[in-house]
Write a protein that binds this ligand. Structure first.
Ligand code: E4P
Length: 218
């Protein structure tokens, strides 16, 4: 399973990349706004900066909601760097745009996915990645991981090549369960990635080893 970081924050991207386990980055318009990246030029430059740090796929999201707008934006984004993946919302014109980009050899990430039916449509259109939002489903008192499981089963039965990119990850358990139920990629906040490190017995065990070493060696 690939690990992407879900942020536009350069320091956090560097920190995750320095761990040596990072395979890519996802962003969205909210994450860009949170970092104060405003205006087309600043946004395009920010994507270029991210691509210079991480040697892996970087999802850059369109803000248009009509076919022509998505094509114009997507082509501009894809031309920035060979690692850019055009992120397109799961709407009717979005599916049309994904089909268009598939035909042109431009890679896509279909975002805002909340059902297995949407997942089938995106795979039929040839999306490179599919982003089911598991945390937002959990927020609605449903089970986001069940959706990952269902999509993984459907894709395996049908032989779809679209990669399942579990998004809207809130905690380390979402990462573990996504791995267990067949996600190809998880995109996570840095806190969830670092949360995987934590176990009290590791801390207790290490403290004991170091104390024993000190007692024996002075
Ligand atoms: C990433 O591709 C998604 O845009 C992101 O994971 C959404 O996360 P959120 O539900 O925490 O905003």
């Amino acid at each position: 399973m690939k690990f992407f970081i879900d942020t536009a924050n350069i320091d956090q991207i560097r920190e995750a990349n320095d761990l040596g386990i990072l395979d890519g980055v996802t962003t969205n318009p909210s994450l860009m706004a949170k970092e104060g990246i405003v205006g087309e030029e600043a946004v395009l430059n920010h994507y270029k900066a991210i691509c210079e740090i991480v040697d892996g796929d970087v999802s850059a999201e369109v803000i248009s909601t009509d076919f022509e707008g998505m094509i114009a934006e997507g082509e501009k984004l894809a031309a920035l760097h060979h690692n850019i993946v055009v992120k397109i919302p799961m709407i009717k014109d979005g599916i049309k745009a994904i089909s268009y980009f598939t035909g042109k050899g431009i890679r896509t990430n279909c975002t805002l996915v909340f059902s297995a039916g949407q997942a089938i449509l995106a795979a039929k259109a040839g999306a490179t990645y599919l982003s089911p939002f598991i945390g937002r489903i959990d927020d609605m008192n449903w089970d986001g991981i069940e959706l990952i499981k269902s999509i993984a089963e459907i894709y395996a039965v049908q032989g779809y090549e679209t990669e399942i990119l579990a998004a809207s990850i809130r905690n380390p358990l979402h990462i573990v369960k996504s791995a267990e139920f067949g996600a190809d990629v998880v995109t996570c906040p840095l806190s969830a990635i670092l949360g995987l490190l934590k176990h009290p017995l590791t801390d207790i065990g290490l403290a004991q080893f170091l104390a024993d070493h000190k007692k024996a060696n002075g």
